[in-house]
Design a protein around this ligand. Structure first.
Ligand SMILES: NC(=O)c1ccc[n+]([C@@H]2O[C@H](COP(=O)([O-])OP(=O)(O)OC[C@H]3O[C@@H](n4cnc5c(N)ncnc54)[C@H](OP(=O)(O)O)[C@@H]3O)[C@@H](O)[C@H]2O)c1
Length: 284
């Protein structure tokens, strides 16, 4: 007789680009699972009531969009949290919300792991996200088999807040790189040099990167099918600026990139890939 302990039940909150694919991998990993998202999904594991989903779950994994979404849903399910449950935040949120989740989970005696991630639509599809895991060592060890259903690497970082800061400041480089690439592509196009020639010139250069390899060709052809949306990169940029402000630092580079992204967002392009920022610089 197989006496191994049954796997914990998982509720996945947020079925966007990442959460929908993570939910598939978690189910494939054998975890009994329930999903919830603001808009109904045609999935057999979909539960329309977030409280029912949270009540049934041992582990709650949150892939919601932003501070507003996370706080709103957290406050709805908070009364159901208890020492028997674990809340994992995978959304990229800000400083204040990270501290809020730490304090509120502690108040309910619920284990809390802050595990934002790197890796986009393709990595989520390949179950190869990389988690920046900030929380107790024992908790991370206990959750490792579960986190491995969606990831290629679990990087332990010093604290929940460190996970948020590391995630946001790596995205700072991503947003700034795409802005630099957009400006470079525009200057080349205006001087009659094709995008392919510019991208070939970048390849052997020290400035080459996986990100440029990913985004350069799609920007050159105007393919903005979202892997990471402009509205999501914009909110991250705002959270980065908040981090800088809290440290009394000036960060004019990302402040300007945020302003440029805001302009495209105001034109209704928020759900396109964030590399649509290129349009802000294309020679008119
Ligand atoms: N995509 C990436 O490459 C990537 C990489 C690293 C980190 N992240 C972070 O991971 C998180 C999820 O990313 P994603 O790309 O999957 O985002 P997404 O496609 O924009 O999905 C966002 C999810 O949040 C829900 N949502 C949005 N506003 C809400 C609200 N006010 N109340 C309740 N639910 C709300 C959406 O629900 P409905 O769809 O049902 O409306 C959807 O399930 C974000 O924090 C993002 O910054 C993403």
């Amino acid at each position: 007789m197989n006496q191994s302990k049954p796997l914990p039940t998982v509720a996945i909150f947020g079925l966007g680009i990442i959460g929908s694919q993570a939910a598939d991998h978690i189910a494939e990993g054998g975890y009994p699972s329930i999903t919830w998202s603001r808009n109904t999904r045609d999935r057999s594991d979909y539960e329309p009531d977030p409280k029912v989903a949270a009540d049934k779950a041992d582990i709650i994994a949150c892939y919601l969009k932003d501070v507003e979404a996370v706080k709103e849903i957290f406050d709805v399910i908070k009364p159901l949290l208890s020492p028997a449950k674990t809340f994992i935040n995978h959304a990229t949120v800000d400083y204040e919300t990270t501290e809020y989740l730490v304090a509120e989970c502690a108040q309910m005696g619920c284990a809390f792991l802050n595990a934002p991630f790197t890796g986009s639509k393709v990595a989520a599809g390949n179950a190869s996200l990389v988690y920046y895991a900030g929380g107790d060592r024992e908790l991370i060890e206990r959750l490792q088999p579960f986190l491995e259903t969606t990831s290629a690497q679990i990087m332990r970082v010093p604290s929940p807040l460190a996970a948020t800061i590391l995630k946001l400041t790596t995205n700072l480089i991503t947003a700034s790189t795409v802005q630099a690439l957009a400006e470079g592509l525009s200057i080349n196009a205006a001087h009659g040099i094709p995008a392919e020639t510019y991208l070939s010139a970048i390849e052997p250069n020290a400035c080459a990167s996986t990100l440029i390899q990913m985004k350069g060709p799609s920007m050159a052809t105007g393919d903005y099918n979202p892997h990471f949306s402009l509205s999501n990169m914009l909110k991250d940029a705002r959270y980065m600026l908040d981090l800088a402000q809290r440290a009394e630092l000036k960060t004019p580079g990302i402040a300007n990139t945020a302003d440029q992204m805001q302009k495209r967002n105001d034109l209704g392009e928020g759900e396109s890939d964030f590399s649509i920022l290129y349009r802000q610089f294309i020679h008119k």
